[in-house]
Design a protein around this ligand. Structure first.
Ligand SMILES: Cc1cc2nc3c(=O)[nH]c(=O)nc-3n(C[C@H](O)[C@H](O)[C@H](O)COP(=O)(O)OP(=O)(O)OC[C@H]3O[C@@H](n4cnc5c(N)ncnc54)[C@H](O)[C@@H]3O)c2cc1C
Length: 319
């Protein structure tokens, strides 16, 4: 799978959703036939799943989200507002995270709803990149969700979040690596074909240097990504989390540097839409934020490799 995401990224970062089926994976946590039927629809290319976690006032601090759920006869009433969510205008279904009904902040619940459920209001925002999908928000006030559409256990949603996003971050890193690799291929071709002052610009060794540096950095990242994918395949999500968070950060950042170098080697053409390098830059900038920002992913690496006291020191001001 990781090779497929890398390959998709080489062509266009938006293609990562085609192979990934977007956020359908959490649905496999449900044994309910109605939810399993949605997964079958995804496999048949008839359903597409958005995920709504981020809110206007709460993003990185997922456990502190404000959306709520309340137990009622036959299901739940959910209320809240989500913002900066992709895919809502293309999706057939949306996975919504809320606080669970246990009353303890951070004990989250996860629901899947058809996107046309009465009471779900979609808001559109224009975005700078990753334009293959929409970008916007979702408002819902006392929307009834039947029991069947609770994913996993009420209050245990954080575990679903954590497992799904380890997988998803790893695949985003692989797609970003592919995006950077193809930019370097374009750059190498350009160095051979473009002449300045009567000879190929490839004679300027400062233009060769980034190809040498970033191609190996990207390969190093991909080797590590394959190791992490094997860990996930063996079910060792805990063991893989530091490396995956690190790859989500560094895979995207290295790819950005590679694309930036390629863009500059194309001169004025690099700034035009004759080449796709500008799109690659904007798409990677989106990925730098989506699914956990680079800064936060680096904090996660320190937390999981050196101890959670570092996270507590930073976030809770603990001594
Ligand atoms: C292209 C794109 C697609 C997206 N798709 C979705 C989607 O489908 N569904 C969805 O729910 N959300 C989606 N998001 C939202 C995204 O997940 C959040 O924007 C992201 O998690 C950051 O949250 P925030 O915007 O609230 O930033 P904040 O959490 O407010 O962070 C603001 C700044 O503070 C820094 N920061 C915050 N906490 C820490 C910390 N602990 N340590 C160090 N630095 C910190 C951040 O790095 C950032 O620079 C998408 C975003 C983008 C750009």
């Amino acid at each position: 799978m990781i090779e497929v995401f890398r390959h998709a990224g080489r062509s266009n970062l938006n293609f990562r959703d085609v192979v990934g089926g977007a956020h359908s994976r959490p649905l496999t946590k449900s044994k309910n036939p109605k939810v399993q039927d949605i997964v079958r629809q995804v496999v048949a290319g008839k359903a597409y799943i958005a995920i709504a976690i981020t809110e206007p006032d709460v993003g990185t601090n997922v456990p502190g989200m404000k959306s709520t759920s309340k137990k009622v006869d036959g299901g739940y009433l959910i209320s809240g507002k989500k913002l900066y969510n992709a895919r809502l205008e293309q999706a057939t279904h949306v996975i919504i995270f809320t606080q669970g009904t246990t009353g303890k902040v951070g004990e989250l619940s996860v629901f899947v709803l058809p996107i046309d459920t009465p009471g779900l209001k979609i808001e559109h925002l224009s975005a700078h990149g990753l334009t293959g999908n929409s970008y916007g928000g979702l408002t819902f006030e006392n929307v009834f969700v039947p029991e069947d559409y609770l994913i996993g256990t009420d209050g245990k949603g954080a575990e679903i979040f954590s497992e799904h996003f380890l997988y998803w971050r790893l695949m985003q890193a692989a797609a970003a690596i592919g995006t950077g690799e193809d930019a370097l291929r374009q750059m190498a071709d350009r160095l051979k074909s473009r002449e300045a002052f009567g000879a190929p610009i490839g004679r300027f060794t400062h233009l060769q240097q980034p190809i040498g540096q970033h191609s190996i950095e990207l390969r190093m990242a991909f080797s590590l990504a394959k190791e992490a994918a094997e860990q996930i395949d063996s079910g060792d999500y805990r063991g893989a989390r530091a490396v995956i968070c690190g790859l989500k950060a560094e895979g995207v950042e290295i790819a950005l540097k590679a694309v930036d170098a390629a863009t500059r080697a194309f001169g004025g053409e690099g700034y035009s839409t004759k080449v796709d390098l500008g799109d690659r830059l904007r798409d990677l900038n989106g990925l730098r934020i989506a699914d956990g920002t680079t800064d936060v992913m680096r904090m996660e690496v320190v937390r999981w490799l050196y101890g959670k006291e570092f996270w507590e020191m930073a976030i809770e001001g603990k001594k």
